[in-house]
Each structure stands twice: as structure tokens, then as C-alpha cells.
Design a protein around this ligand. Structure first.
Ligand SMILES: [Zn+2]
Length: 174
């Protein structure tokens, strides 16, 4: 059974739908609005690129994962590029005060090892969104994508890294 908050937001959806006008977007009509920017960033609610980049609908596709770390997204990126194509920019955006900077692999391993039947091998096989140094994590993720040959060469070459400051609201290249 859903919590009262979920029930509440399902009600809000009915209000939304009453005034909703569907976007003419790629799922209905490829080519009409074709997003040209692919953004990878953190799932932190403060780190919403639609807000801090003032994006218009259809300008960008956004993947939001823990820390904005790219490693778990390679298959997603190649699949999306196959489906939409034509991306001209790939932005990796990490942010200040990220939860991933407060995590360690050891802490996460201990957390999952509490579950029955989880082995040390299971735990250590996880690709974890841990960040020790923010600028370095951006450099590492840009490097990872640039060296991932299954991603289209032009897309790899246009990959750039950024840091978003949650206090000032400004983004800068890294
Ligand atoms: Zn974060």
C-alpha cells in the first residue's frame, strides 16, 4: 500500500493532467525537437539542471545518478545515442556538498553485507558512487567516457566536465 505522500502526489497528478498539453517531442515525432545536449549529473534534489541551466523542454536529455558518476551509464548512453543520435554536447556535472563525498566504499560494503546471503564478493563487485575529490571525480569521469570506445567518437570528443556550486548557483568548467 502506498504512503500518504504518494497518495497525495497521485492526486496532484490529476490536477496537473487537467491542464497538461503534450510536448511535441522525440517519442512522438523524431526530428521535430531533437535534444542536442546530453547531461549527466547527480540525483540530489538541489542539483536539478532544468532549474540551474534554465533548460527549455526538448533541449537536453538528463541522466541523474548518485554523484553524477558515469560508470553505470555507458550502456544507457550508447542506447540513447542510437535512438536519438545527433547529440552535439555531453556535459558531466558534479556538485559541491555532494552526498557521494560523504560516503566510503567501506561504509556501503558494510551496509549491504548486513543483508542475509550477501558475500564479500557481491559487495565488492558493486560500482559505487563514491567521491573523494570533486574536481578529480569530474576529470576521472570525463576521461572514462573519452576512453570508452563503444560510445560514438564525436560524442566522446565533445564530452566536458563541470562543477555546480549549490550555494552560489553557478556552474564552472573543470
Ligand atoms: Zn550529489
Amino acid at each position: 500500500m502506498a504512503t500518504s505522500l504518494v497518495n497525495g502526489i497521485l492526486e496532484r497528478n490529476k490536477d496537473f493532467a487537467a491542464y497538461h498539453r503534450p510536448h511535441k517531442f522525440f517519442s512522438e515525432s523524431i526530428g521535430l525537437i531533437r535534444p542536442s545536449i546530453l547531461i549527466i549529473t547527480c540525483l540530489d534534489p538541489r542539483c536539478n539542471p532544468e532549474e540551474f541551466l534554465c533548460l527549455m523542454p526538448g533541449e537536453a536529455i538528463i541522466f541523474r545518478v548518485g554523484g553524477g558518476r558515469v560508470a553505470p551509464l555507458v550502456a544507457q548512453i550508447t542506447s540513447l545515442d542510437c535512438f536519438i543520435g545527433g547529440f552535439q554536447d555531453l556535459m558531466i556535472i558534479h556538485h559541491t556538498d555532494c552526498g557521494a563525498t560523504y560516503l566510503t566504499e567501506e561504509k556501503i560494503h558494510n551496509h549491504v553485507l548486513k543483508e542475509e546471503g550477501v558475500s564479500v564478493e557481491d559487495a565488492s563487485s558493486l560500482v559505487l558512487p563514491v567521491i573523494a575529490d570533486l574536481e578529480q571525480s569530474v576529470h576521472d569521469d570525463v576521461k572514462l567516457l573519452k576512453e570508452t570506445k563503444v560510445i560514438r567518437r564525436e560524442l566522446r570528443e565533445c564530452t566536458k566536465g563541470y562543477l555546480y556550486d549549490v550555494k552560489t548557483g553557478l556552474i564552472r568548467g573543470v
